[in-house]
Ligand binder design. Structure first.
Ligand code: UGA
Length: 424
C-alpha cells in the first residue's frame, strides 16, 4: 500500500515518519520548498522528541519528501494534514484543506482513498467533495489526538483510532492500514468523527478552565487549589488527569477548536452556551497570574524578572497562544525587564516578543542575575528538578512564580521562598 501525506507540519510529519517506521512506502508533500529541502537533508523544521531520529532512518529510503503533486499520483491512500486556521470570527477556515484537496484531485488515481486528518468541523464534507472534484475518488476523515511533545508516542500508542467513513469498504481499508495499533478502532459517519475531535478538545479545555475558575475562587477565599485539585481528582467519576490549574492553557489547538465548535453549532442553527466562557476564562488567566505577582512586588521600570519557559507546553518549541508569552508581554508593557530562558522555544519567542524589553539567555542560571523574582512558566523537567535552594541568595528577592502549578510549593516555602500562583 502506497501512502501519501499532504502537509509536513506537526501532524503530517508524525504521520509520515510513523507510517514509514511501520514499513509503508510514504511520500510526504509540502508546497513550502524550503521546508521540503530541509527535510530531504533529514532535518526537522520543528522540535518534537524522536522525530529527527526517524527522519534520519527513513528519509531517502521508504520516506520521500517532495513539493510536486505529480509525485503522489500513484498513492493508494492520501492523508491530508494541512493547517486549519481560524477565520476572523473564530470559525474553522477550511480553505487550506480545500486547496490541498483540489491539488490532490488533479493527480490522484481513480478509486484512491483521500483521508482528511486536519481538524475540520462537521458539515464540511460537501465542501471537501466539491474541492476534490473527483466522484471516482473516496473520501474519509481520521482525526488525530496527538499532543505536541509526545506526538510520536501518541501515534504508536493512541487511546483510540477514530475514522469517519461513507462505506464499510473504506472502514476495512483504514482498519487494515492501522493494523499495528492495539487501541480500539472506532468507525462512524463523517460528521461524527469530525465532532469527536472538537468535542474531545473542548472537554479537555473545559476541565482546564473549570479548574482555573476554582483556582480563582481559591485565591479570593483562602482555599489552597492544590489540595482542592487532589481531593476532587480522587473521585473516580472525575479523575485527576487534566485537572491542574495554572496561568491558562495554550497551544494551537484548544483555543481554536473550542471557538470553531461554537461557530459550527451556530452555522447549523444551534447556539451553544457552555463553550464561550472556556475562552473568556483562559484569556484572563495570564493577567490574573501577573496580578498575583503584583501583590508581592512592584512591576515597573527598573525591575528585573527571570522567566523560565516560553513554550506553551514542555517537550515542544511551539509558543502559539502560550500563556508564558502573554505574561512576558504584560511585564514588558509595565516596564519590567525580562531575562528569559527556554530549552527549545528561542526562535518562536523572538518572533512573538520582538527585541526590546527582554533578553534571551542560553543558560537558565543566567536569567537570575539581578532578578527580583523567578517565574517558571513551562514545566520542562530541568526546571521542575532544578536546585532551588541554591538560588535563594542569587535572586534579589526570594520570589518564585509558578505558572503551571507544577513545582513543590511546600519544599520551596520551607526553603524561604514566597511562592506565587493563583490560589496556591
Ligand atoms: C491537544 C490535545 O491534548 C490533543 O489530544 C489534540 O490532538 C491536540 O490538542 C490537537 O488538537 O492537535 P496539545 O495542544 O498539543 O494537545 O497539548 P496538551 O498536552 O493538551 O496541553 C494543552 C495546554 O494545556 C498546555 O498549555 C498545558 O500546559 C495545559 N494543561 C494541561 C494544563 O494547564 N493543565 C493540565 O492539567 C494539563
Amino acid at each position: 500500500m502506497k501512502i501519501a501525506v499532504v502537509g509536513a507540519g506537526y501532524v503530517g510529519l508524525v504521520q509520515a515518519v510513523g507510517l514509514a517506521d511501520v514499513g509503508y512506502e510514504v511520500v510526504c508533500i509540502d508546497i513550502d520548498t524550503e521546508r521540503v529541502n530541509l527535510l530531504k537533508g533529514r532535518r526537522a523544521p520543528i522540535y518534537e522528541p524522536g522525530l529527527e531520529e526517524l527522519l534520519e532512518r527513513y528519509t531517502g529510503k521508504s520516506l520521500q519528501f517532495t513539493d510536486e503533486y505529480s509525485d503522489i499520483a500513484d498513492a493508494d491512500v492520501i492523508f491530508v494534514c494541512v493547517q486549519t486556521p481560524a477565520t476572523e470570527d473564530g470559525a474553522c477556515d477550511i480553505s487550506v484543506v480545500e486547496r490541498a484537496l483540489r491539488d490532490v484531485g488533479v493527480v490522484v488515481r481513480e478509486d484512491a482513498l483521500v483521508v482528511v486528518k486536519s481538524s475540520t468541523p462537521p458539515g464540511t464534507l460537501v465542501d471537501f467533495e466539491r474541492a476534490l472534484g473527483r466522484p471516482d475518488v473516496r473520501i474519509a476523515v481520521n482525526p488525530e489526538f496527538l499532543r505536541e511533545g509526545t506526538s510520536l508516542k501518541d501515534f504508536f500508542q493512541p487511546d483510540r483510532t477514530v475514522v469517519g467513513v461513507k462505506t464499510h469498504r473504506d472502514e476495512l481499508e483504514l482498519r487494515e492500514l492501522y493494523h499495528f495499533l492495539k487501541a480500539p478502532f472506532l468507525a462512524m459517519n463523517i460528521p461524527s468523527a469530525q465532532l469527536v475531535k472538537y468535542a474531545s478538545n473542548t472537554m479537555l479545555a473545559l476541565r482546564l478552565s473549570y479548574i482555573n475558575e476554582i483556582a480563582n475562587i481559591s485565591a479570593v477565599t483562602g482555599a489552597h487549589i492544590k489540595d482542592v485539585e487532589q481531593a476532587i481528582g480522587m473521585d473516580p467519576r472525575i479523575g485527576s488527569a487534566f485537572l491542574r490549574s495554572g496561568a491558562g492553557f495554550g497551544g494551537s489547538c484548544f483555543p481554536k477548536d473550542v471557538l470553531a465548535l461554537q461557530r459550527a453549532g451556530e452555522k447549523a442553527g444551534y447556539r451553544a452556551r457552555l463553550i464561550s466562557p472556556i475562552i473568556d476564562i483562559n484569556v484572563e488567566q495570564p493577567l490574573r497570574f501577573v496580578g498575583e505577582l503584583e501583590k508581592v512586588m512592584r512591576l515597573e521600570a527598573g525591575v528585573r524578572v527571570a522567566v523560565w519557559g516560553l513554550a506553551f507546553n514542555k517537550g515542544t518549541d511551539d509558543v502559539r497562544q502560550s500563556p508564558a508569552i502573554r505574561i512576558v508581554q504584560e511585564l514588558i508593557k509595565r516596564g519590567v525587564y525580562v531575562m528569559a530562558h527556554d530549552p527549545k522555544a528561542e526562535v518562536g519567542a523572538r518572533k512573538e516578543l520582538g527585541d526590546s524589553g527582554w533578553s534571551f539567555v542560553a543558560r537558565k542560571e543566567d536569567a537570575l542575575e539581578g532578578a527580583e523574582a523567578l517565574l517558571v512558566l513551562t514545566e520542562w523537567p530541568e526546571y521542575i528538578e532544578a536546585d532551588y535552594g541554591s538560588m535563594r541568595d542569587v535572586l534579589v528577592r526570594p520570589i518564585i512564580g509558578d505558572g503551571k502549578h507544577a513545582l513543590n510549593h511546600w519544599a520551596l516555602r520551607r526553603q524561604g521562598f514566597t511562592v506565587i500562583g493563583i490560589g496556591l
